[in-house]
Design a protein around this ligand. Structure first.
Ligand code: CU
Length: 269
């Protein structure tokens, strides 16, 4: 039987092929450079049992944490009752995202940064911040990096879902769960939930420790709204409109998906 001989592609054809591949990969890369402002779904790791904790600010948290090579993060799928939400605070060891499946939560954040854990945004220390508010839409994702004064409140009359994502920052000390200390913070200051239908009461001790223990986990947490804030503005300035860290967020999503697909190099618990 005669072997069929295919003609070798000419040099010109090879060059065109390379050019097409390069251009098409650029076209794929472009959307990734745009900020993720909405997400239809945020994946959660399929673990046996989430850890349920009532936050001192009223959040009903269900925690899961994932560790993989070079990455550690904690996710909390939460329910936020009307009026609940933390007062202004600053993270030093984590970068945070908020995903609002139904919207209805008012987030706020400063442009000014406070990089010194020992110098929080009080009037007498590093000075107060102006915070800018976002009334979240369904499926919105908002990035809150370390060092900025931020917080949120449920301004509606119904309980609303919120997914938190906290990514360990490279400057974080090594907390046991490799998540920048956030889950240990809530284990320390929050109240364990045994039954979601019968929530425990939030104690005064829990509210006080929420503030007083915060620096142990790289957090400055204010006692009252205007301790760190001297102004609230409803018009987002340009630096906040374009603020995102989609590279890290995509890495988190890929890590969760890998775990859910059986990748044994990812540990979630
Ligand atoms: Cu925060």
């Amino acid at each position: 039987m005669k072997t069929l001989r295919l003609p070798l592609p000419s040099l010109f054809f090879q060059l065109v092929l390379v050019l097409v591949i390069v251009l098409s990969s650029l076209a794929i890369a472009v959307p990734k450079a745009l900020a993720i402002s909405t997400l239809d779904n945020f994946p959660t790791p399929n673990i046996d049992k989430t850890e349920k904790i009532l936050g001192p600010a009223g959040e009903i948290f269900e925690f899961s944490t994932c560790n993989a090579d070079g990455i550690g993060f904690t996710i909390a799928e939460a329910q936020i009752p009307p009026g609940a939400g933390p007062l202004p605070h600053i993270h030093h060891y984590t970068n945070e995202w908020f995903w609002t499946p139904q919207g209805g939560l008012q987030l706020f954040q400063s442009v000014k940064e406070y990089p010194d854990l020992d110098n929080p945004a009080t009037d007498e220390q590093a000075g107060n911040a102006t915070v800018y508010t976002v009334n979240t839409e369904p499926n919105q994702i908002v990035y809150g990096p370390k060092y900025r004064v931020h917080g949120f409140a449920n301004t509606t009359t119904e309980t609303r879902p919120l997914t938190f994502i906290w990514l360990e920052d490279p400057i974080s000390p090594a907390y046991e769960l490799h998540d920048g200390g956030i889950r240990e913070y809530f284990q320390d200051v929050g109240i364990p939930i045994k039954d979601l239908k019968h929530l425990p009461a939030i104690t005064d001790q829990s509210k006080i420790e929420f503030v007083s223990h915060a620096p142990l986990y790289g957090i400055n947490q204010s006692y009252y709204f205007f301790e760190y804030v001297d102004g609230v503005n409803g018009k987002l300035p340009t630096p906040l409109v374009s603020l995102n860290n989609d590279k890290s967020l995509n890495r988190i999503i890929e890590t969760i998906n890998a775990y859910n697909q059986g990748d044994t190099s990812v540990h979630c618990f």
